[in-house]
Design a protein around this ligand. Structure first.
Ligand SMILES: Nc1nc2c(ncn2[C@@H]2O[C@H](COP(=O)(O)OP(=O)(O)OP(=O)(O)O)[C@@H](O)[C@H]2O)c(=O)[nH]1
Ligand SMILES: [Mg+2]
Length: 359
């Protein structure tokens, strides 16, 4: 130790062992392949991780799927509310009874999650017992079969497009979900909308390599936490929704979600800590784009867009907008995908794992 303080023998041994531990720690950190998933709220980060779990993890055993039932119920109640509120007269005149039962069990002020940091918190704070939904099954189902309710649902789909895909998915499966012994299947799990609170780590193993995959909350108010996760990251998967051009952000509905996503990407890709980090950009929710463009033409929102209102042209434009934010020589891989499409996601998840392994 030239120039350093002299150490006695036992101190030297201790120091060597600390050095060794540090070295092992460094090696271990180096061995750990870390994938950080970033993107705006609702872009599909957690859904992408669910696909990794299906490919390289425990594939959601039945015992765990059962515990997701409460979130399916919660999504369902949130989906039913706007429809119930619009129904003035049902065919058989039973509206008043079912509606008041529903409102009594699920007070409007307790539904939804604006401003909360997690659903777990919501449940305990607001004391909403979603399992009560099964006790209302018969009433809810007869209401659901009512012609005027069906008409309102169809109109809502037209009016709001497929903005809340979970609503369309769970409402179309209402009968199965309200049956006794219901257990969510993999498709239900992929459709559940459960915003990530703070930061969650997932470990996967593939061909003897251990991967740490880090999921974050995409809300603007939570993004200050992202930077603390940059150290030691092997690659970043940044996800944006192709339908975000027609949506406002979670906290501020007047802030265009695509613009917000572009600016978040711009600040992450130019971050000094990430100079040597691989980037993969996923343009997600491709399955929804065609319908959304028909409902909300791209140029009606993005004023300087002069191209055709066609999926391929719009995707190219969005891709170029992201590319403009890459100011260095950095190579970014782009992929267009639908995170809920399990067979379609297989080759993509493989490619991403291969890409971080090669680093
Ligand atoms: N139709 C469709 N729905 C999708 C797709 N990807 C995600 N979703 C749905 O979009 C909703 C939001 O997805 P999440 O994965 O929870 O979004 P997130 O980015 O983790 O959001 P935060 O945790 O709030 O930051 C869920 O209901 C998903 O089922 C897709 O490709 N197509
Ligand atoms: Mg999430």
């Amino acid at each position: 130790m030239p120039g350093g303080p002299k150490l006695n023998k036992s101190a030297q041994t201790k120091s060597r062992s600390i050095d060794q531990q540090l070295e092992e720690g460094r090696e271990k950190q180096h061995d750990d392949l870390q994938l950080l998933i970033l993107g705006g709220a609702g872009s599909g980060k957690s859904t992408f991780i669910k696909q990794l779990r299906l490919r390289h993890g425990d594939k959601f055993p039945e015992s765990e799927r059962k515990t997701w039932t409460i979130y399916v119920y919660e999504n369902l109640v949130e989906a039913l509310y706007p429809i119930l509120e619009q129904v003035t007269e049902w065919e058989d005149g039973s509206n008043a009874k079912t509606y008041s039962l529903f409102v009594e069990k699920f007070p409007r002020s307790n539904i939804g999650r604006k401003g909360s940091s997690s659903q777990e918190e919501d449940h305990s704070k607001k004391n909403v017992n979603y399992s009560k939904l099964s006790s209302l099954a018969a009433d809810v189902l007869s209401m659901w079969r009512d012609k005027s309710v069906q008409t309102i649902w169809q109109e809502n789909i037209k009016k709001f497009g497929l903005r809340k895909t979970f609503a369309d998915h769970f409402l179309s499966k209402l009968e199965r979900i309200l049956s006794t012994n219901y257990i969510p299947d993999i498709e239900d799990i992929l459709f559940i909308r459960k915003p990530t609170a703070s930061v969650q780590e997932h470990m996967f193993t593939s061909e003897g390599n251990v991967y740490k995959v880090i999921d974050v909350a995409g809300q603007r108010s939570q993004r200050h936490k992202w930077i603390s996760l940059f150290e030691g990251v092997t690659a970043i998967v940044f996800i944006t929704s192709l339908t975000s051009y027609s949506e406002g952000t979670y906290e501020d509905s007047s802030l265009n979600s695509l613009h917000d996503s572009l600016s978040a990407f711009g600040s992450v890709i130019t971050n000094q800590f990430l100079k040597n980090t691989n980037f993969i950009l996923l343009l997600n929710k491709k399955d929804l784009l065609g319908k959304r463009l028909a409902d909300v033409p791209f140029s009606s929102i993005i004023e300087n867009y002069k191209g055709r209102n066609e999926e391929a042209d719009v995707i190219e434009y969005i891709k170029k907008e992201f590319e403009k934010r890459i100011t260095s020589e950095k190579k970014v891989k782009f992929h267009v995908c639908s995170a809920i499409d399990t067979p379609g996601m297989k080759p993509l998840t493989e490619e991403i794992i291969q890409c971080i392994r090669k680093k």
